[in-house]
Ligand binder design. Structure first.
Ligand SMILES: Cc1cc2nc3c(=O)[nH]c(=O)nc-3n(C[C@H](O)[C@H](O)[C@H](O)COP(=O)(O)OP(=O)(O)OC[C@H]3O[C@@H](n4cnc5c(N)ncnc54)[C@H](O)[C@@H]3O)c2cc1C
Ligand code: SF4
Length: 521
């Protein structure tokens, strides 16, 4: 057998691909990891807002189109580690209820054909691998767990602690967000320096538990592991009957290369994995590889997300805000008979970030002044799987995203509820009630809905299930149509919950990795 033949080829090194590669590498499988990007350079610009948010230095320059043909630049990061290189590392388990059917204002969030109990051991393993820091039992919606966190939660700074107390006084149950940053509270030698350029930025000191740092780098010295960077997989080839993938074709530094394996795992991110299958159409798979169901690319979800700034007259003296969460409106509640979603924070904002994302919103404030007075909430509500929200290809093979928002009232209510909560904060010691009048009236709430290019939480395009008519992947995330082809990125989600997807992708990748090790024995 040639040197170019592997036990497993893994395509993509993000939350899914990086994690399964780690699992297979440690078990001794001969694996080839193909990543279209390079290692993200370590340089001062990693923590520069003008570079990261203004120039979008680390975001792909690719152009995609929406259903009306309007071009946009997607929030995709093609590096070893994928989108986790810039993620906020809020590493939540989905709620146990999210695995069942949930009634929302605009319809049903379908059940997964896998229970929370089945995924739970892999959540525990993913939390260990990514070193998640948290406090069990604080979040009333948190599902049961078989293991504690390895480390205590990252502590609140005084202003965030005060906010938590104010929320508690209003009858809520705020909690510490589980985080994958390498920060030991009060330890001056902590790898993480607790900075204000985390969420949306690469970590200059490699202290963020991203897929490169945690999953890929530790196995690079293994004799059974080969990583090829700058290796864009253009399509997959099958045998004449179309029953198995036989090879991947790769463009690398101007060369056309071909690699073979027993098993192929795609993990290019939900949108690119669907696009890769569509680009791999052949005469046995005329609508796209593994697409007998015509579901490849459909049911795209990406959450209804907003950043909401609560601006006050007092300066907000914080560095890293991301430690606080509120899930009291996650399910149907006294506040509304349907779920609204989750309230957390982005790491922090500054003037350059606002200039890039929220221009000209409040007259009389400079953006820098505004940023210094802002609490920056990240509001997330569930969007529902709609077969018409989908990935398709233009004639030149580029990506078209058709996405119509749904379940938006849940999100509007979550925004209103957050404003209401902020309007009941305690009066400040310095300005008294004067803190809340005049130009700085009340708390000025500015919210910006994340546009179509905001595909950070993309999922659902190759949904898994037991029935080949209604799903692309089976319950082991193997395609129903092609017996040695798997997908382990966020494409397998049948519904999206209203929590960050990363930990669920990692846990599932460990689950599928274990399955592969069992069947390849
Ligand atoms: C700014 C930001 C903040 C976020 N914050 C959080 C958070 O706090 N918590 C959380 O849980 N999630 C967060 N997310 C989302 C999280 O990063 C993603 O859900 C996760 O990375 C998705 O994992 P994936 O494996 O599906 O895809 P990705 O991580 O995107 O990995 C896909 C990989 O495939 C590679 N690739 C694509 N196409 C090809 C090809 N044809 N050939 C070879 N390689 C290819 C890409 O370069 C990439 O490395 C955030 C995302 C962003 C952008
Ligand atoms: S807060 Fe910590 S993990 Fe995040 S970018 Fe700063 S140093 Fe890195």
């Amino acid at each position: 057998m040639s040197n170019n033949h592997y036990d497993v080829i893994v395509i993509g090194t993000g939350a899914g691909g990086g994690t399964i590669a780690n699992k297979l590498a440690v078990a001794g499988k001969k694996i080839l990891i193909l990543e279209r990007g390079d290692f993200l350079p370590r340089e001062k610009d990693n923590w520069s807002s003008p570079a990261v948010h203004g120039e979008k230095k680390y975001q792909t320059k690719e152009v995609w189109r929406d259903a009306d043909g309007k071009e946009f630049n997607p929030q995709q990061h093609y590096y070893v580690g994928g989108n986790t290189k810039v993620y906020g590392a809020a590493l939540f388990r989905m709620r146990a209820e999210d695995f069942g059917e949930t009634l929302h204002h605009e319809g049903i969030s379908p059940a997964w054909e896998m229970s929370y109990a089945e995924l739970e051991p892999y959540y525990a393993a993913a939390e260990q691998l990514y070193g998640v820091r948290g406090n069990r039992g604080e979040d009333p919606t948190e599902p049961w767990s078989s293991a504690g966190y390895l480390y205590p939660a990252v502590s609140h700074e005084p202003r965030i602690k005060q906010l938590a107390e104010d929320f508690t006084a209003q009858g809520l149950t705020p909690f510490h967000v589980p985080l994958g940053i390498m920060r030991d509270n009060d330890d001056p030698l902590s790898k993480c320096i607790r900075c204000d350029t985390c969420d949306g930025y690469p970590c200059l000191v490699q202290a963020k538990a991203d897929a490169e740092v945690v999953a890929i780098n530790p196995v690079l010295g293994y004799p059974n592991v080969t990583l090829l960077t700058n290796a864009l997989v253009t399509n997959l080839e099958t045998n004449p009957t179309g029953s198995e993938v036989t090879a991947v074709n790769v463009e690398r530094n101007g060369d056309q290369l071909k690699y073979t394996a027993d098993v192929f795992v795609i993990s290019c991110g939900a949108i690119n994995s669907a696009a890769l299958l569509l680009r791999s159409a052949n005469d046995k798979h005329p609508r796209g590889l593994a697409n007998s169901s015509d579901l490849v690319g459909r049911h795209l979800m990406k959450h209804n997300n907003s950043i909401m700034l609560a601006v006050s007259r007092c300066e907000v003296d914080t560095v890293y805000q991301k430690t606080l969460g509120v899930n009291d409106f996650y399910f149907a509640s006294d506040a509304w008979e349907y779920p609204m979603g989750s309230i957390t924070f982005v790491g922090g904002v500054d003037g350059a970030t606002l200039a890039a994302h929220a221009p000209a919103i409040v007259p009389g404030f400079t953006l820098e002044m505004m940023a210094r007075r802002a609490l920056a909430f990240w509001l997330m509500s569930e969007d529902l799987p709609d077969p018409n929200n989908r990935v398709t290809l233009a004639e030149d093979g580029s990506i078209i995203l058709t996405y119509r928002e749904n379940n938006t009232q849940a999100h509007e209510r979550l925004k209103e509820k957050t404003k209401e909560l902020m309007n009941h904060q305690r009066k400040c010691d310095i300005h008294g009630s004067g803190c809340h009048v005049g130009v700085f009236a009340s708390n000025i709430h500015v919210s910006q809905k994340i546009p179509v290019a905001g595909v950070a939480h993309q999922n659902g395009t190759l949904r898994f299930g037991g029935d080949a008519q209604t799903s692309v992947l089976d319950l082991n995330c193997r395609t129903h149509d092609v017996k040695n082809l798997y997908a382990v990125d966020s494409s397998f989600f049948p519904s999206s919950s209203a929590l960050n997807p990363g930990l669920t992708i990692m846990a599932n990748a460990l689950r599928v990795g274990e399955h592969l090790l069992a069947v390849m024995r």
